[in-house]
Design a protein around this ligand. Structure first.
Ligand code: SF4
Length: 284
């Protein structure tokens, strides 16, 4: 793993594309992701972003923004004003292109530093997105922030199969991630399961019931078709993910599979679809 400690000029990025509908800014304490060689790294849309990877192999590098907290405090007032001027809520997605609780977080605590800085100057809204139970390390801080701003924790749980055939293991076991949903919901924190991208489900009805029992506010269902930054899923079609999905459930690579799963899920809990789900728009 190539690790670079870098100093950033700014850390709040004004959003574009689908994220523009979700929040005003994204915030990434890291560039590159230590989970890049896990199963989620296979279909991870960030790996196709040459501006971020700069030709480096996805999962083989991480740039750590060691001054992330200081950069946040230095720029948040101006970015809040920018959002207000456009009649937007100052809403931050943390993170859009790397997991905030990836393994190096236990060494550098760049994410924790930013969350601590937000206690001094919170955004209006904060969405925390992760694939790992390591988010538990910051539960007390997140709980405090949930009293200072509108906060949601999104936990990525693509499906009910621990490991798809031919793909590496996930960053964190299914049971551990479901445990996070339970623990955070019980702590009074708005928590959402993100089936993104949706993997084939072995027992969909039972899985959605299990998710509902954790106490989560909703589930987000997002297929790689329409969900990977291309209209037809062409980015993901270049990877091993579709083959693994078809091996488990023929037809699961089609958008019609998403529609089928949405209907089933809504029998158990509120569901948000694709970017609307990430924006917190759900229905039953
Ligand atoms: S944890 Fe997120 S950012 Fe990291 S490789 Fe997986 S999908 Fe990509």
């Amino acid at each position: 793993m190539e690790i670079n400690e870098i100093h950033c000029q700014s850390i709040l990025t004004r959003t574009s594309g689908y994220l523009k509908e979700v929040c005003s800014h994204s915030l990434n304490p890291y560039v590159g992701c230590g989970f890049g060689r896990s199963s989620c790294g296979e279909g991870c849309y960030v790996r196709f972003n040459p501006w971020l990877t700069k030709g480096r192999v996805w999962g083989g590098f991480v740039d750590v923004k060691v001054n992330a907290a200081e950069a946040y405090l230095r720029t948040c007032a101006a970015e809040r004003a920018w959002a207000r001027k456009r009649k937007k809520v100052f809403a931050i997605f943390l993170s859009s292109s790397a997991d905030p609780w990836q393994p190096l977080e236990s060494r550098f605590r760049a994410t924790r530093g930013v969350l601590a800085a937000m206690r001094e100057s919170p955004p209006d809204k904060l969405i925390l997105q992760t694939h790992t139970a390591r988010v538990r390390d910051d539960l007390p801080l997140i709980k405090t922030l949930s009293g200072l701003c509108e906060l949601r924790v999104h936990v990525s749980i693509e499906g009910d199969i621990e490991r798809l055939p031919g793909l590496p293991p996930p960053p964190c076991s299914l049971d551990e991630r479901i445990g996070v949903l339970e623990q955070f919901s019980a702590a009074g924190i708005k928590t959402v399961a993100c089936l993104s991208p949706l993997y084939p489900l072995r027992e969909p009805a039972a899985f959605f019931q299990r998710l509902a029992r954790t106490g989560i506010a909703a589930a987000v269902i997002d297929h790689f078709v329409e969900g990977d930054g291309t209209a037809d899923g062409s980015r993901t079609l270049k990877t091993d993910l579709p083959r693994a999905m078809e091996a488990v459930c023929p037809g699961s690579t089609l958008l019609s599979y998403r529609e089928e799963m949405i209907c089933l899920a809504r029998k158990s809990l509120p569901v948000g679809v694709s970017w609307r789900g990430f924006a917190g728009i759900y229905s039953t």
